[in-house]
Design a protein around this ligand. Structure first.
Ligand code: GZL
Ligand code: ZN
Length: 360
């Protein structure tokens, strides 16, 4: 009799242990889901808008990098070119308690308050592309982007070398600058690059007017500049979309966009090198030179986040290397800020060139 009751007790104990084990070692459904989503690093990305091909490529680079299979959950907010929308997006990210905030700021100023809120919430903020101008650099963890003034210097030095090699009198250059969004780092740097070179080289920089980085505005501004000035022979466009618009206006006015200033062509210089039509225009000598602005920030931002995840400290500022494109072989190398950069002479179909642009 005792043996039977002992056996029953042992079986009962074993069942009890099995239940307890299941609770300890076999996670239940909620724990499994929590485990799954917990592993995803949540990134809130406030993109400034969708004004240009550059911007679309930049967005695509971020979306294709911060995927679930790469271990991320991306929350994307389009600011539609308004800082107020971007500030709202950052506040939402703070409420959602994301792991990282990435900000592509539409203009440089006005970020101190909301970045302080992110800092108080202990959420690291990574700035991409344009810069923020804040009272205290600790308000952002690091910045990944381009040296816009260097881009401007490169484009201006290309023009300087061109005039020297072609024997063009610098004073005979009558330039207009179709600027980007006023207050954006890309506009500030590219405008400064040209203005400094014009002063140094004795060029006639006649006008600066914003085309807001869009094709429509670029065309509109060029139309009015052509009415105001009859001697324009260089148009400096602060991105390719503006250049496409400007060329439409030049041709509508019965003039020709091209490098042959001496024969009355209007030389167009531009920035980005993302838009396929613009790259095609380089091959057709409608755009004479494009200073590259590389939009592929996704992998670089991911590298920064992975360093932070490992408790390491990324560089505060990391600049991307950028080329300068032309189909004209007059200028093959440039010396800017003590560095020599080779001009990439475009010959083949530009889409091949896109392939060889590695995601750095
Ligand atoms: C540059 C970026 C600029 C591009 C434009 O990094 O901020 O904004 O040059 C884009 O095409 O609109
Ligand atoms: Zn020509």
């Amino acid at each position: 009799m005792i043996r039977k009751s002992v056996i029953i007790i042992i079986i009962a104990l074993l069942c009890l242990m099995a239940v307890r084990c299941r609770m300890v070692f076999l996670p239940n459904q909620e724990e499994l889901i929590a485990e799954e989503t917990k592993e995803l690093i949540v990134v809130g990305f406030s993109q400034l808008g969708a004004e240009s091909d550059w911007r679309s490529a930049n967005t695509e680079s971020m979306r294709s990098t911060f995927t679930e299979e790469n271990g991320y959950q991306l929350i994307f907010e389009d600011g539609q070119q308004k800082q107020s929308n971007q500030i709202m997006a950052i506040r939402t990210f703070i409420q959602q308690d994301v792991d990282y905030i990435v900000l592509a700021p539409v203009t440089e100023t006005g970020w101190d308050t909301v970045l302080q809120e992110a800092k108080d919430a202990e959420i690291p903020v990574i700035i991409v592309d344009r810069m923020v101008n804040v009272s205290d650099d600790s308000l952002f963890t690091c910045w990944v982007g381009s040296d816009f003034e260097l881009e401007g210097k490169k484009a201006a030095e290309w023009l300087n070398q061109y005039t020297i090699k072609k024997g063009i009198d610098p004073a005979s250059l009558h330039i207009v600058n179709i600027q980007g969004t006023i207050g954006a780092s890309a506009q500030i740097g590219r405008t400064k690059g040209l203005a400094d070179a014009a002063r140094t080289n004795g060029w006639d920089l006649m006008a600066e007017a914003t085309g807001d980085f869009t094709q429509a505005k670029g065309k509109e501004v060029m139309e009015s500049l052509l009415k105001q000035y009859h001697n324009i022979n260089v148009v400096y466009c602060e991105n390719d979309n503006e250049a496409l618009g400007a060329i439409k206006a030049i041709e509508a006015a019965g003039k020709k966009a091209g490098s042959d200033i001496a024969r009355g062509e209007i030389m167009v210089i531009s920035f980005d090198g993302v838009n396929q039509e613009a790259l095609g225009y380089v091959l057709d000598d409608k755009i004479t030179c494009i200073a590259e602005c590389n939009p592929l920030h996704g992998p670089r931002v991911r590298a920064v986040i992975e360093l932070l995840e490992e408790g390491k400290t990324p560089d505060k500022f990391s600049y991307v290397n950028e080329k300068i494109f032309s189909a004209d072989e007059t200028v093959t190398t440039l010396e800017v800020d003590g560095i020599t950069c080779e001009v990439t002479i475009l010959k083949e179909n530009p889409s091949d060139r896109q392939e060889d642009r590695k995601e750095q």
